[in-house]
Unconditional design. Structure first.
Length: 146
């Protein structure tokens, strides 16, 4: 019975490791391997930051900086997600309509994360609020991240 339990445990571990490796297709690349649009974007907005690691997978690129910022790009080099753990997202990267809404409703709070999808922007501000905007920059959801 002990051999059977051991065999079963080993089979579960092997299955889990195969599943995890199939999902984890990220590979480390050089900064120069990023699409030109991504390199230009990073030079314009994060030039003073020190890159820690650049990765690529089948559908996107990610760069993580020593100071905690993380920027994700699609295959063409368009930004998808910007997260700033120890700073704030550069204001010029936040659409003006969102900046106006935040100044009016959450004065003094800064954007620490922004994601853009086809039809929505998701913004997290420094007090933990997460606000989702539709393509017309109308608020469609507000949540608090504890």
């Amino acid at each position: 019975m002990k051999k059977f339990k051991f065999f079963l445990l080993m089979a579960m571990v092997m299955t889990m490791s195969l599943t995890m490796s199939a999902d984890d297709d990220d590979r480390v690349i050089t900064y120069q391997q990023l699409p030109q649009a991504a390199q230009t974007f990073l030079k314009q907005n994060f030039a003073k930051k020190v890159p820690l690691v650049v990765t690529a997978d089948w559908d996107d690129y990610t760069i993580v900086y020593e100071s905690g910022e993380r920027v994700e790009f699609d295959k063409k080099g368009n930004w998808k997600d910007i997260e700033c753990r120890t700073s704030k997202v550069p204001a010029n990267l936040v659409p003006e309509q969102i900046n106006t809404y935040l100044k009016k409703n959450y004065p003094g709070k800064s954007v620490v994360k922004i994601e853009r999808h086809r039809s929505v922007y998701e913004v997290k501000i420094s007090n933990g609020m997460e606000i989702e905007f539709n393509r017309n920059f109308q608020v469609i959801d507000v949540d608090y991240d504890d």
